[in-house]
Design a protein around this ligand. Sequence first.
Ligand code: NAD
Length: 274
Amino acid sequence: MKKTGIIFGKFYPIHMGHVDFIQKASGLIDELYVVVCSDNTRDKDLFKKSKMKKMPTIKDRLNFVESIFKYQNNIKIIHLAEDGIPFYPNGWKLWSERVFETLLKNNIKVDVIFSNEPQDVENYKNNFLTLPNSEKVFSKNLKIQTIDINRDNFPISATEVRNSPYHNWDFMPKPVQEFFAVKVAIIGTPHSGKTTLVHKLSNCYNTNFVEDYKKKYSQKNNLKNLEEKDFQHIAQKHQEKISKSIKNSNKLIFIDTEFCSLQANLLELDKKRK
Ligand code: NAD
């Protein structure tokens, strides 16, 4: 018989402790559902109290988890909206009912709940197994399994990541790092030393830089004067290079000129034409 497990979490944001937990749980079961929970009011409030520079939306949080586990077919990601339910731990009954409806709708039957919160073990059993028609979603022998309650493998919490994302950089999986990486654009008039500054800064901060693609494009194609069609190509290529470079950056990247400068160049060209 196929065994199905489930893990609930806010994953706000997902960190290496979560990844390790999901990875280990997925090895103990045939199919694992990771339920990413959201509550608009709570999530906004957590963001306000945090030091995160931008708020990962529920879509972002789902994307992070999906992209981390995209090559593991036995890990499935679903969303649970908790809006309207009193916050944990005061809403167990309503929350269990919402979980039940969602799992029933998705035709999911659960044998094992994985949680690293020992205080929740009894609550899961008491609330899930006493629901009317509970057997439609939860196995009679429902097991609640903990894996690393002391966070021995990755001593980190999502609160710590939210409160100090850059200090906890190494605990962030790649897609989360990419989200939080800061883009610093160096702008200035021609020949003011932007390129040199970008190289120096990227060395000092041990991170990537993105070259001025307009300069490279002009040199490569031996062009003295650019035309409108060139700008579209340059902007697109420049953006591709930024997206590639940010994937492996160390907290920030330095960009030699940016789109406002490019747009200003184009407007300048338009003016000359008129
Ligand atoms: P979370 O994202 O903080 O953690 C998810 C899981 O990962 C948990 O089991 C946690 O113990 C484990 N984990 C965290 N850090 C770890 C580390 N470093 N190493 C190993 N494991 C680690 O999520 P959460 O806050 O536990 O999520 C529970 C969700 O269930 C919330 O959305 C909550 O609202 C909901 N809930 C609500 C009620 C209610 O009364 N309203 C009741 C129960 C559950």
